[in-house]
Design a protein around this ligand. Sequence first.
Ligand code: CP3
Length: 341
Amino acid sequence: MTHKPLLATVLGERQERPPIWIMRQAGRYLPEYREIRTKAKNFLELCYTPDLATEVTLQPLRRFDLDAAILFSDILVVPDALGQSVRFEQGEGPVLDPVSAESIGALKPERALDHLAPVLETVRRLRAALTPEKTLIGFCGSPWTVATYMIGGRGSTDQAAARLFALRHPDAFAALIDILVATSIDYLVAQLEAGADVVQLFESWALNLDDQAFEARVIEPNRRIVDGVRARVPNAPIIGFPRGAAGNLANYAARTGVNALGLDYATPLDFAARHLPADLPVQGNLDPLRLVAGGAQLDERIDAILAAFQGRPHIFNLGHGIVPETPIEHVAGLVERVKNG
Ligand code: CP3
């Protein structure tokens, strides 16, 4: 077994106190992140500059007793690497030139991994910098989630553009998913070879899908990635985070073969306890806004989550990314309560 508590938990070992990391733990709630951010020309440049990306990844671990570092990058470096235009505009989020049924053939999967070389260099530097008890988490976006941005050109609350595209242009949509599956497998294998201990599949838009669409667009592509990665890195540890999967959660975990399941904050604790296999490691599921507000409601909810998952392998985390308004003292209090009661 491993001496890394977080990796061990992904592999199914229950710990006395759960290990903890925080989605988007490197980010704008930290003044030292905002400082580094001004040094890069834009957000993608920050992701592609190993000096800066390594520094930003390590910042939250200097402040808090976290059990893992997550590679600083973004799920949208993959469309960028495929040759699509991707920009991050201040206060607006990502903006892409949308792909069409005709333009999917112009994507360049053959050059994607070369384009991502600086990110892999960051992984190697992190591996060298981290002490042995820390787990290094790599990641990519799951194909459907990445496709919603590639097709819609920006984030949306209902992913209508991508949902319609998948129904109107099934062949072009399948070709896009095939490209994303193959590129994601290569990219995750390269991250594991560069020193990542675990990889996480971010399926942030696993909601708004009927069960047939969930099967075809979420379960199948995630299963193909898990199988494809493990064909090249046997037993690769993988966390799946299908945000919004609700009643499809148990099916997602069983059918994709992920080691551990990320739970969003809308997943009821008693539903997780009753419907997920008792030995399935879970990660989550604190509402990030509870961490903003702080106080007694926060402590009570932390304790409720700890109690609900006490009998199984559990990684404490938020149910979605930490938001920029979060007070740093609240994060310190959270880590302390999870670690020491
Ligand atoms: O967790 C970490 O600390 C590692 C870095 C990380 C980022 N994005 C950095 C980032 C990770 C794992 C992601 C994943 C990501 N990116 C997801 C999946 C997780 C989720 O939140 O659902 C998605 C959907 C994206 C796409 C994306 N990137 C959006 C929609 C935005 C804009 C919204 C926002 O929070 O600003 C980003 C930008 C982004 N990615 C920032 C950071 C720190 C903020 C950009 C900045 O500093 O200006």
